[in-house]
Ligand binder design. Sequence first.
Ligand code: UT7
Length: 322
Amino acid sequence: MIRYSKVLGTGGYLPAEVRTNEQISETVDTSDSWIFERTGIKSRRIAGPDETASSMAEIAARQALEAAGCEPDAVDLIIVATGSPEYVYPSTACLLQQRLGINNAAAFDLQAACSGSIFAMSIADQYIKSGAAKKVLIVGSEICSRIVDWTDRSTCILFGDGAGALLLGASDELGVLSTHIHSDGEFEDLLYCANPQAATGEKRNEPGYINMRGNEVFKVAVNTLGRIVDETLEANNMDKSEIDWLVPHQANIRIIMATAKKLKMSMDQVVVTLEHQGNTSSASVLLAFNEAVRDGRIKRGQVVLLEAFGAGFTWGSAIIKY
Ligand code: UT7
């Protein structure tokens, strides 16, 4: 019997505080119209002082488990993608495991910046298809608001906080059709967040904030995402018209529209959460997927293309029959 991996449940969490473009305009030289026109963002959520990547991950994870009707101790692998962990170690995945009250799963963090959720899906899919795991809990959780420089208008307008989760499980029904992940470490300086305590040279004196040459990242992102769409379709011998939904990483509406155009998809078939969430990095694809599953847009049996691009550079896609 062929073994597939299938989405069993999804979850998401957004912290309560809303920070609007107008509020940011009071502290840095920017405006609501500039931010909205250039990015598609109007507001983002900001985690409370007691919240952490693992506390938000727990809420999203429990929701995904509940949707799947799965007890936490049935999970045999936990992968958390985050660029804003509260510790270097233990991993956020181990903290999540503790919060879920289980100790029989392997748990680790994955660092692929904004592409983290797609990389996690790829690993989970291989583990399930090979028979090494039956149920894999994937979470992307980010407190970007604590790693952005709120005096830097070129980055602080972009990011937001939140967590998304997905439970992937073994099934004899078709689910994940394929995943494709890539990296190119040449682009270190275009987008990075230093760890000053362990860095050397100039990076040692930096405060550890997100540092991005946005315009250059933008151009590479548009081209790279175009290529990953082709690669995904070719690998599955599929035509653009067979995709029902695009669930893209939420970095910039202009990047999303370029990918939709490449796929000849109407924006009605694209899940966009950017306007009220900003870029939640590794949480963004999972949050968008969860939203469209829960509001009934994405239905069982439909074909969904998920994709992301982030620091590294890293990029990837997952195409699934939901
Ligand atoms: O998630 C990981 C991957 N990340 C991305 O994919 C992000 C990709 N990049 C972007 O989304 C866009 O490049 C940004 C939204 C970050 C910037 O938009 P842009 O159209 O590329 O603007 P730019 O960086 O070329 O800057 C244009 C102008 C500059 O002024 P001058 O030099 O033309 O006078 C900036 O100083 O806009 C200025 N600017 C701003 N003005 C008002 C930059 N940030 C702001 C701001 N408000 N917040």
